[in-house]
Design a protein around this ligand. Structure first.
Ligand code: SF4
Length: 419
């Protein structure tokens, strides 16, 4: 019994507030969709949420729902329904699990929140292809189903330095969304409301960054697995005061852990970096495995993707354009490698875990020689785990466990040699 207790994942007290926030978020969307007011906008994870809020929409993020389908493992049953209507098992399993769930009339929201029977019907669907084309296809399917407008931003990809040319192009596309949004919402665009939303979004982003940076402390007070849960307000509530209030509660709790020397992973011996998508259906198993191995996954490119340090209420359109384009997933390999080097140094990382996510080549960075280049340049040790964000048919528990155990053993041996 005593041994079992040692490997328990430490609870974060603020999680209770977060659960209530998320419930309120989904009930608000459900009410709006049923009443027809306020209007509901669907938005991709780094779509122009600030603009949508400024125009009075309540905002729903299908990728958040996709993650819920993965985390509850409902995705395993819903993906085949989308495959049956022509969406390949090789494309984004958020898309296939979400479309499949809709075709089956299912949603994890029904189990989590009494009275919610379906995802909220959109009045408009807004995408940004900064992450992939799949989000555009995904929005198009639902837009077509409900005959609702699908509008968006076609982003640059593989960007090295983000230049004024990039920023001008994207800012122009964001502004061009306004007439359709005015028509759907019935509200006139007001630049001051947009400035307000951008200011709130920036504050949320700054706090989220501070939350994640607490893990630079040794021992780290939170893990990547904690961050995949606590990032929810930064994802679905950026541009609102609610998200800011939440991180103003979470941050002091983590700082207190640092003051008290409380480690998220008791006896932390190794510090690892997670590169790529989470494996939603195995978060708890993996968190427990790393806990038992005394290895803390201290940082990730994934959770960092909701840090937008260039948002500026004084220049809302252009700063949104810059923030959405500076995103890790949009960048070229050299820019990504520079960023990873900074992360390795800042978080004192001993090794990197690359997740080769079968259905998300867009957020998989190990297929074009990056692990080898980082090894050569920085001596950064890494492993690559084959898996997927939602489709667990692509993931082997046994194989991943064996690989991770061997990696930790190798890194521990290396650390002892250098001690
Ligand atoms: S980035 Fe990957 S997981 Fe996210 S929507 Fe695109 S393909 Fe899916």
């Amino acid at each position: 019994m005593a041994e079992a207790k040692k490997t328990e994942i430490k609870k974060i007290a603020a999680a209770k507030t977060m659960r209530k926030l998320m419930a309120d978020h989904f009930y608000e969307l459900d009410r709006a969709a049923k009443d027809g007011h306020p209007k509901v906008a669907w938005c991709t994870s780094v779509g122009p949420a600030e603009l949508l809020r400024a125009m009075g929409f309540v905002v729903y993020f299908p990728e958040n729902h996709g993650a819920m389908l993965g985390a509850t493992r409902m995705a395993n049953e819903t993906i085949p329904a989308a495959n049956a209507i022509g969406y390949s098992p090789e494309i984004c399993s958020y898309l296939t699990s979400d479309v499949g769930a809709f075709l089956q009339g299912r949603t994890p929201l029904t189990d989590a929140y009494e009275g919610i029977e379906s995802i909220p019907k959109p009045d408009v669907l807004v995408y940004n292809t900064n992450q992939c084309r799949d989000v555009q296809d995904w929005m198009a399917w639902f837009g077509n189903h409900w005959s609702k407008p699908v509008i968006g931003i076609e982003c640059y990809r593989n960007v090295g330095d983000v230049t004024e040319v990039h920023v001008d192009g994207i800012a122009g596309q964001i502004e061009a969304l306004v007439p359709t949004l005015e028509k759907v919402s019935g509200e006139k665009f007001d630049i001051d409301r947009l400035r307000d939303a951008v200011r709130l979004s920036r504050q949320c982003s700054d706090l989220w960054k501070k939350v994640l940076e607490t893990a630079a402390t040794k021992p780290a007070p939170l893990t990547f697995f904690d961050s995949t849960i606590h990032m929810a307000p930064a994802v679905v509530m950026r541009g609102t005061q609610l998200a800011i209030d939440y991180y103003n509660e979470l941050l002091p709790e983590l700082k207190q852990r640092i003051t008290d020397g409380v480690a998220a992973v008791e006896g932390e011996q190794l510090r690892l970096f997670w590169e790529g998508m989470p494996i939603w259906g195995r978060l708890r198993d993996l968190a427990t495995l790393f806990l038992e191995l005394k290895a803390c996954v201290v940082a990730s490119t994934y959770a960092n993707s909701w840090i937008f340090t260039t948002l500026d209420p004084g220049d809302p359109f252009r700063s949104m354009a810059r923030a959405y384009t500076e995103l890790f997933i949009v960048r070229s390999d050299p820019a990504k490698e520079t960023y990873l080097q900074e992360m390795i140094e800042k978080f004192s990382v001993d090794g990197i875990i690359f997740h080769d996510s079968k259905t998300c080549p867009n957020n998989t960075n190990c297929r074009h020689g990056m692990p080898q280049r980082l090894q050569e340049r920085l001596g950064a040790a890494s492993i690559t785990i084959a898996g997927d964000l939602n489709d667990l048919r692509c993931y082997s528990d046994e194989q991943a466990k064996t690989q991770i155990e061997a990696f930790v053993e190798q890194l521990t041996g290396r650390a002892k040699q250098h001690a």
